[in-house]
Ligand binder design. Structure first.
Ligand code: KG4
Ligand code: ZN
Length: 362
């Protein structure tokens, strides 16, 4: 049995978790997805900074780092207390090291390395997106590679072919804004609370998704045609800005629910079309969705419908594992640790890192 203490501070959540590979699900001998397919989350503490960043309408990196510093010791104590374990029970300590806000990453990474040195434990640096992929395993132990991971968050929009632990191929990405970023920017245009994603989702339920036709954000290829999997959301955001300006000239009040529904429908359509095409072209029978935008009801409805039509399975983790958390980082670390991987203490915090380079961390 292995126990990992994991820390996640790549953006605006200070998160600490303890996970163990003690079986809680019946173990299938054919489950090759994880070397330890039955992961138990012993604790999963998340301190969100959303209330701090809300007043600025977005994340202020300097404030994020300071806030991580303020709360990390408390969150760490809580996670250890809730897991009911002592340092002797912990086999390794992991932290997200890339990609993310460097100042924010540094807080969790430095705490993890320090604890590893003081308590004589191995240390593992974890790629944040690999963590999101492992959130799907956490929620759905029956999921096995190969499958397609659709990661849609405030910082990322990627289609990744998952072949196994540390084996990833990025097949599609956004050329500009991430999907969640687009929701948050349009939320600001509509004067909605930050972050815009959940508010737009709620308002869209009362609106007409066909009220305003909007551009989907296709990427032209030099030889003609469009990239089948890459997307762009900056054109859609500009189209929303122009539409809102025009509507404001003629109306006292904006039709906010119709605008929210039309925007959400267009984003969900763009993501669904690309994910389904990518899965079919690469003969992948399952799509696992991760990141905060996985909570979006429009995306869930469109993707589930389109996947069912094509006989593709779709996995959406519960919300607590969609958004940033340390349990997913611990789950990825457990798998790497059980395969004999650990990281050098010189492992640096990096704002960018391709998922294809994950094995360089060990
Ligand atoms: O994964 P996450 O917690 O943090 C990042 O790593 O970015 O994702 C946060 C993003 C925000 O942009 C937020 O607006 C978006 O996820 N989001 C949603 C919904 N819930 C959260 N977007 C659309 N619909 C939602 N229901
Ligand atoms: Zn994330």
């Amino acid at each position: 049995m292995t126990k990992i203490l994991a820390i996640e501070t790549s953006c605006d959540e200070t998160a600490v978790a303890v996970v163990s590979d003690e079986a809680v699900y019946p173990q299938s001998p054919t489950n090759l997805a994880l070397s330890n397919p039955s992961v138990t989350v012993l604790s999963n503490m998340v301190a969100s900074q959303i209330d701090i960043h809300r007043q600025y309408g977005g994340i202020v990196p300097e404030m994020a780092s300071r806030q991580h510093l303020e709360v990390i010791n408390h969150v760490l104590d809580q996670a250890i207390a809730e897991a009911g374990c002592g340092w002797d029970d912990i086999d390794a300590i992991a932290a997200t090291c890339a990609p993310g806000l460097v100042g924010a990453l540094l807080v969790g990474l430095t705490v993890a390395k320090t604890l590893a040195v003081v308590h004589h434990k191995p240390f593992l640096g974890i790629h944040h997106l690999e963590g999101h992929i492992y959130a799907s395993y956490l929620a759905h132990p029956e999921l096995r590679p190969p499958f397609l991971s659709l990661l849609v968050s405030g910082g990322h929009t990627s289609l990744i072919q998952v072949q196994g632990c540390g084996q990833y191929t990025t097949l599609g990405t956004t050329r500009d804004d991430a999907a969640g970023e687009a929701f948050d920017k349009v939320g600001r245009l509509l004067d909605l609370d930050y972050p815009g994603g959940p508010v737009i989702d709620r308002l869209a339920k009362q609106g007409n998704a066909q009220a305003f036709p909007l551009p989907e954000g296709n990427i032209s290829l030099p030889g003609g045609g469009f990239h089948p999997y890459d997307c762009s959301f900056s054109g859609l955001k500009t189209a929303m800005l122009r539409l809102i300006q025009t509507l404001k000239q003629d109306h006292d009040e904006l039709p906010v629910p119709d605008l929210a529904a039309s925007f959400q429908y267009t984003v969900a359509k763009a993501l669904t079309k690309r994910a389904i095409a990518c899965a079919l072209d690469h003969d992948l029978g399952a799509i696992a969705v991760g990141g905060g935008v996985a909570a979006n009801s429009g995306l869930r409805t469109q993707l589930q419908q389109a996947a069912a039509d094509k006989g593709i399975q779709v996995f959406f983790p519960p919300l607590k594992y969609c958004t940033d958390n340390a349990a997913m980082i611990g789950c990825a670390a457990l798998d790497h640790f059980n395969q004999g991987h650990d990281s050098a203490f010189a492992t640096a915090a990096r704002s960018r890192m391709a998922l294809e380079g994950v094995m360089e961390l060990y």
